[in-house]
Design a protein around this ligand. Structure first.
Ligand SMILES: [Zn+2]
Ligand SMILES: [Zn+2]
Length: 373
């Protein structure tokens, strides 16, 4: 089997047996087994799921990171190696990222004597639930690391395309819940109640004006109401309605500005309608901010490796890799995977031709970065 065939075989095996965040037990066992068979050590971190290996010797350390978890989606992709785990699918391509970094580990192992330091390779659990990076950091996986690199496949780019940017890249992710407490009443006698549905529907409209009318149009912001729930029949005005949604920003100032305005608007509405509105915020991952010098370095190495490189657009999604970059310099990059269907779609099907070149790229990037620190 060629190197490329091996990486594709591993990716397909991971794809057939996907596991949800923090349940990546069989995935972890497979990665450990493949690494050990290739003569790579498993570092003794106390991890329930996830694997960390290392190649080379010396003081200097560069880290590479792959994520290994899957999503609660029933696969609809028409492939021979379909998910065998009902209702779970590698719909974000973390199986691809894992096989890329396995490949990089093997290539670095073959050059171990030439490496002027160590390359630590992190196979991180729980990216989708946004907790895995913190778990690995707490276990000590970033100790001594001078720079860290990672990738996400980008279905909208062709194979052979590469994009990244210095500074903010992925978004701050916030989730909000607005609980509107009105007063229930007979639908024919609304004056005896406080119409929570009317109030909630007006809230949805006015919330849109925060992003469109209050934030500088040159700043990136998305506020989406994604769930509205209340009432259960046709002739009763419900007492409560709940709204849920998400806010995406790249600057913490804009994030704070929008959060403050949402609270003020909710309070104003509640007072005007003599109702009560609770605003609950759940913080997701913070914005992913690439170190400009390392983003440029990663792009130069990609150019040398034959990628079509470009400056990436701002991404409104969240990415757990942000947590590493809060502590350690580095860069996260996009590599084209040419899938007709996007990330988290049941028919997502990345082109496997990206895997072997990306493995060569990350091995080269890590080795060159070791020479550069
Ligand atoms: Zn995802
Ligand atoms: Zn992902």
């Amino acid at each position: 089997m060629s190197f490329e065939q091996q990486l594709i075989a591993w990716r397909r095996e991971l794809h057939q047996f996907p596991e949800l965040s923090l349940q990546e037990v069989a995935t972890t066992a497979r990665i450990r087994d493949w690494l050990q068979t290739a003569g790579l050590p498993i570092l003794p971190f106390a991890l329930k799921t996830g694997v960390v290996t290392e190649v080379g010797k010396g003081e200097k350390v560069i880290a590479l990171r792959a994520d290994i978890d899957a999503l609660p989606i029933e696969e609809a992709a028409n492939v021979a190696f379909r998910s065998q785990n009902a209702g779970v699918m590698h719909a974000c391509g973390h199986d691809v990222h894992t096989s890329v970094m396995l490949g990089a580990a093997l290539l670095l192992k073959a050059r171990e004597a030439e490496l002027p330091g160590r390359v630590r390779i992190l196979f991180q659990p729980a990216e989708e639930s946004f907790g895995g990076a913190k778990t690995l950091i707490r276990a000590g996986a970033l100790e001594g690391v001078s720079a860290i690199f990672g990738m996400h496949n980008e279905p909208g780019l062709p194979v052979g395309a590469f994009a990244t940017r210095g500074g903010a890249f992925y978004a701050n992710v916030d989730r909000f819940v607005l609980r509107v407490h009105g007063k229930g009443a007979h639908a024919a006698r609304p004056h005896e109640g406080k119409d929570a549905i009317l109030l909630a529907s007006q809230l949805v409209s006015i919330l849109q004006s925060v992003a469109s009318r209050e934030v500088n149009t040159l700043d990136s912001v998305v506020l989406s109401v994604t769930r509205i729930q209340g009432g259960n029949t046709w002739n009763v005005l419900p007492e409560n309605v709940e709204l849920e949604g998400t806010l995406r920003t790249h600057s913490t100032d804009v994030q704070q500005q929008v959060k403050t305005r949402v609270s003020e608007i909710a309070a104003g509405f509640a007072s005007a309608f003599n109702a009560q509105i609770d605003v609950i915020w759940h913080a997701g991952p913070t914005a992913l901010v690439n170190t400009p010098e390392w983003a440029e370095f990663a792009t130069t190495v990609a150019d040398e490796a034959g990628y079509q490189t470009a400056k990436a657009d701002l991404h409104m999604g969240g990415e757990d890799f942000a947590v590493y970059l809060q502590q350690t310099p580095g860069a996260f990059v996009s590599i084209g995977s040419a899938s007709e269907y996007g990330l988290h779609h049941p028919a997502f099907n990345p082109d496997e031709k990206l895997i072997a070149p990306a493995a060569h790229y990350f091995a080269a990037l890590a080795e060159k970065a070791l020479h550069n620190i």
